[in-house]
Design a protein around this ligand. Sequence first.
Ligand SMILES: [Zn+2]
Length: 132
Amino acid sequence: MTNNRQIIARSAAKSANIARFYTGVACSRGHLSPRYTASGNCCECARAASSANYVKRKRQEYGAPYQHTVTVPTRAVADEIDALAARRMVEHRASVPDDPYRAARALLQVPGVSLDVIRQMGYELPPEVLPL
Ligand SMILES: [Zn+2]
């Protein structure tokens, strides 16, 4: 969403085909927010209503009290997650055999890159693409 807070009348926004306009006047709930040109509705009210509907829907779906919250990990937990990811990467690398043609094979996937180009770049071509 654009954060344009330039004051513009709805009629002007309409003729300029701009999706939102801003009057600088608070909505009935006190939001100093842009409004939708099409409906005149306050964007912030719409956002809040949509979010409330989402929570309501999820509550119906799951039955149990649904909390629309995001858990932000603490620094220590984030570091632990990073360390785990790094360890998994190392383990993965160790489990994949070294491929001397890896770069050439990757380049072969790029459209328009010819065997000659790959050779000129100094990479050895994998046997499956070499002419018989
Ligand atoms: Zn509002």
